[in-house]
Ligand binder design. Structure first.
Ligand code: RUB
Length: 343
């Protein structure tokens, strides 16, 4: 009786590709783009029945969900928008979904501003802050402190392998903050002239563990040893509800090629470049070279190395974040798009 299932609109596929390839990256930007993509799906869907419309939305959410596994802001955003889809007609479903996505994006921006104001209170005039990766939540704290007239300096870790530290350095220079860019392995040496380590988060677990860009945990351990406080700037959209019921956070493993080009690999194993190793495949062709390359994108910093988690709801010692998590999420952690999943 029904025609072909209305599919996912091309704009959603293209947002999903951008997230996978990290042209859109960082937990807040990913959440914002995902909400926008669902609004676009709602706008452009050609479904002529409410059921077909809902199926299209769920399929779009699933496409977006499957892009990257670690930043919980992504499923949190999808869940929030889908829960707002309401009505008995396609027109009502469309307008409610678009309104909900717009509200999500507005709240996200406001939460970041509020978090920035709270985080700025921890920073004193003349402080030097060490950053890792590029976090818009962390930068919001620095921006608010600068706006309050405080003078700050930054030691910016390069953040291999993707060098997101360069994005942080560029932003800070735009704000006229003196920046010292360092290689990741120089961090401990520079902690002696650091007043705060300031990082963002992709996910925060119920026990207060912080999941963020690979290298965060080593930095936090070194900072503790040096007596430098570690501050994590993370909107509540980074709280991972599934961890309240014992789930762990999946750490994304990315392509070996982000670490090692084909020529470098050939040089290590002492072989000529073989034609099949220069293809588009993500991983090197399997050989018995004995060389394994691993590229985890994130790591887990235990709560004992974190001094404060700064959210738009205030700052929390990591051990008490579960209270806020219960208040915000209750026990509801279903994945609505799975109802319509084809696999
Ligand atoms: C980005 C990263 C950022 C968090 C927080 O990793 O680890 O610290 O996502 O960012 P990637 P924000 O570059 O692999 O996406 O505060 O902007 O949400």
């Amino acid at each position: 009786m029904e025609g072909a299932e209305p599919g996912v609109v091309p704009a959603v596929e293209s947002t999903a590709d951008d997230i996978t390839a990290m042209r859109i990256r960082g937990a807040a930007a990913i959440a914002d783009a995902a909400a926008e993509a669902l609004a676009t799906q709602a706008e452009r869907s050609t479904a002529d029945t409410p059921t077909a419309f809902e199926r299209g939305l769920h399929a779009a959410a699933e496409t977006l969900y499957e892009t990257r596994p670690t930043a919980v802001s992504l499923p949190n955003a999808l869940r929030y928008v889908l829960r707002g889809m309401d009505g008995d007609t396609v027109a009502d479903l469309r307008s409610s979904t678009i309104a909900r996505a717009e509200r999500f994006q507005r709240d996200l921006a406001q939460a970041q501003d509020r978090l920035g104001e709270i985080g700025a209170h921890r920073l004193q005039d003349g402080d030097t802050v060490m950053t890792h990766c590029h976090s818009t939540d962390a930068l919001a704290c620095l921006e608010a402190a600068l706006e309050a007239g405080k003078e700050l300096e930054a030691i910016v870790k390069e953040t291999r392998p993707r060098k997101q530290g360069h994005i942080t350095a560029r932003q800070l220079r735009e704000w006229d903050v003196p920046v010292t860019l360092i290689a990741d392995n120089a961090a401990r040496r520079y902690l002696d002239r650091t007043d705060h380590v300031l990082v963002g988060a992709d996910s925060i677990a119920a026990d207060g563990s912080v999941i963020n860009k690979i290298g965060t945990s080593g930095l936090a351990v070194n900072a503790r040893e040096r007596g430098v406080p570690v501050m994590v700037a993370a909107q509540t959209i980074k709280l991972h509800p599934d961890t309240m019921t014992g789930h762990t956070v999946e750490i994304e493993m990315r392509s070996e090629r982000e670490l090692l080009a084909d020529e470098e690999r050939a040089a290590i194993i002492g072989e000529d470049l073989e034609p099949e190793t220069t293809g588009d495949d993500d991983e090197f062709a399997a050989t018995d070279s004995g060389l394994t390359v691993e590229n985890p994108a994130f790591d887990v910093t235990p709560p004992r190395y974190v001094d404060a988690i700064v959210t738009e709801r205030g700052q929390f010692p990591p051990e008490s974040i579960v209270t806020l998590m219960r208040e915000l999420f209750g026990e509801l952690t279903d994945d609505p798009w799975n109802d319509y999943s084809s696999h």
